[in-house]
Design a protein around this ligand. Structure first.
Ligand code: HEM
Length: 326
């Protein structure tokens, strides 16, 4: 299993940006980043998606159960330093936090391991993903870009939703929180734990808040444009924010390759440990430029499943990183 480091990612970014074999050839990740730019515009120096973000620091301390599922070094029970980034969705770095366009929100976690290596978790507030493949994600974005307010009916987006009925369900089932700290983030993509004996178990991550506080559309619209960012900085300055990192375990027969299908709610959920965020970086804007979180940056004991989105995401994040770093 290929494990991706930051150096690998930078290489991937270069490859996707400059390494196309012949003139005019474009990779799917490039097409996706171009489609994201069509929806949100190009904002130099910012991510093509989840452009508005805030960086913080903290620790992760695993529960004893975590080590029974996976031999990963993040599950030793030692306090592992982490860098986190909360974000609004979309490629517009000034999106108002209460806007519909700011959802889903993101939580990215980078674990700094004792041996100097890093491993990432990149999750968001969707309960399930609107589409199952990178091609469909590109086409969804192109349909959104081709369906501005006032576009003749049926719009391209109406037609896309007709052939992809999970998409409007995924995007419709969202509610704003009163804080980045009071929201649940879901892995959506499936990964696989490997324990010390080599036994494998498919799972999806959940980051569960201490309490879930959701507000109405009307309340969210009245909030200040940076309410989530201002609130999290003030809150963490007073006291650490904690989440329980959990794993929903797949039962035999549960499909791992389709992130549009949540597993039944009665599947076992294991507490993997506590994520504590005790600092928001004062120079968050500069810090986030240097950071690259990749869903496929894994450490031994955690592997990719057959979900095709994971590799597509790695490619698109690397393309976006390559462009925003120029
Ligand atoms: C085909 C599917 C997807 C594509 C193409 C895609 C694309 C992207 C891109 C291009 C970025 C900007 C990366 C950067 O510049 O560093 C991004 C960021 C992000 N994405 Fe996705 N995404 C996909 C699915 C998902 C899913 C399933 C989740 C969560 C379950 C997710 C959560 C996030 C988060 C949290 C960030 C911000 C990471 C950060 O803070 O640096 N994305 N995505």
């Amino acid at each position: 299993m290929l494990r991706k480091s930051a150096a690998f990612s930078a290489g991937l970014a270069l490859l996707f940006n400059f390494g196309c074999g012949f003139a005019g050839a474009q990779s799917l990740p490039e097409d996706i980043v171009n489609a994201l730019n069509k929806v949100s515009g190009v904002h130099p120096g910012f991510r093509a998606n989840h452009a508005k973000g805030i960086v913080g620091q903290g620790t992760f301390k695993a529960s004893p159960q975590a080590a029974t599922l996976s031999k990963a070094a993040i599950f030793t029970g030692d306090a592992i330093p982490v860098t986190i980034r909360f974000s609004d969705s979309g490629g517009v770095p000034t999106v108002p936090d209460g806007s519909r366009l700011a959802m889903p929100h993101g939580l990215a976690i980078k674990f700094h391991l004792k041996d100097g290596s890093e491993t990432d978790i990149v999750i968001n507030s969707l309960k399930f993903f609107p589409v199952a493949t990178g091609e469909d994600f590109r086409d969804l974005l192109l349909a959104v870009a081709a369906s501005p307010p006032g576009a003749p009916k049926p719009t391209k987006l109406d037609l896309f939703f007709k052939t992809h009925p999970r998409a409007p369900l995924a995007l419709g089932d969202q509610q704003q929180p009163d804080s980045f700290a009071d929201e649940q983030y879901n892995g959506v993509d499936a990964f696989v734990f490997v324990d010390k004996s080599g036994k494998k178990q498919a799972f999806r991550y959940i980051a569960a808040p201490e309490k879930l506080v959701l507000i109405s559309k009307e309340e969210a619209a009245k909030k200040s444009p940076n309410y989530l960012f201002d609130e999290i900085a003030t809150r963490v300055a007073k006291a650490p924010v904690t989440f329980h990192l959990e794993a929903q375990l797949a039962a035999p027969g549960d499909v791992t390759k389709d992130p549009t299908i949540p597993w039944p709610a009665n599947r076992k959920v294991v507490d993997l440990g506590v994520l504590t965020i005790d600092k928001i970086d004062a120079d968050s804007l500069a810090e986030q430029k240097k950071l690259l979180f990749l869903p496929g940056a894994l450490t031994s004991g955690i592997e990719e499943s057959d979900d095709p989105l994971i590799d597509v995401r790695d490619g698109a994040y690397a393309v976006s990183y390559g462009r925003r770093s120029q």
